[in-house]
Design a protein around this ligand. Sequence first.
Ligand SMILES: [Fe+2]
Length: 288
Amino acid sequence: MALKLNPITFQSRKYTPFSLPPMASLRSPKFVVASVLNSGPKEVENVKKPFSPPLEVHVQVTHSMPPQKIELFKNLEDWAEQNILVHLKPVEKCWQPQDFLPDPASEGFHDQDPRTENSPYLGFIYTSFQERATFISHGNTARHAKEHGDIKLAQICGTIASDEKRHETAYTKIVEKLFEIDPDGTILALADMMKKKISMPAHLMYDGRDNNLFEHFSAVTQRLGVYTAKDYADILEFLVGRWKVEELTGLSGEGRKAQDYVCGLTPRNQTAGGKIAKQGQTNTGHAI
Ligand SMILES: [Fe+2]
């Protein structure tokens, strides 16, 4: 079966590991962790209840793809079948995110918009970042669990971390390919995403009691070293290197500006306490 890489297909393959918006598959761990932190079976049951975010959410912007961009993604289908499907595990061997998610039909569920604006470029950049962040945070959580003697939890987090690593590999490969076939469009999308900051939907997590749950959760992850502002900056540096952003050539004037902007955000181009670290401070924990 061919892997469809056109935007229409993205919309319909909700729960596969590499699907795009509405991004149901990207949200699962956040709610589970939020509930576990507040512990007790009562709170875990809340996962299944309709989700009601306590915070105001922004208006979602969407774009339609011009025909040449749709064609570009259609032409990637054979490449994706050869290069991306190899990272899939058999579905029967995988836990399914929907087993742990709030009902997608519930009120407020789709308000958790990661600002990918219906664009596959933004979507694949966002997921590249997010999968690496969850790989790091679950790996760190596994380490903590092991240090404190909870071997089973360490194994669970280790399993999730390795899944996240596979996802990261797949998404970063796709963005690498996009840089190859459409460097201008991709660098503009990367700059756009970084300006918006990689804000992940966990900022809307809610246990029914604590209106500042995310802030409290984020402070704990930062303090314990599970996911920190430095991790955020390091992920950007890693991806910029992985996609060879500094070496891109043949860009338009706008593309070169976007390239300069993105490269200027990386830690090695920043002084200590620079912009990206500050950005990270407001985003730590979002990916967890
Ligand atoms: Fe993932």
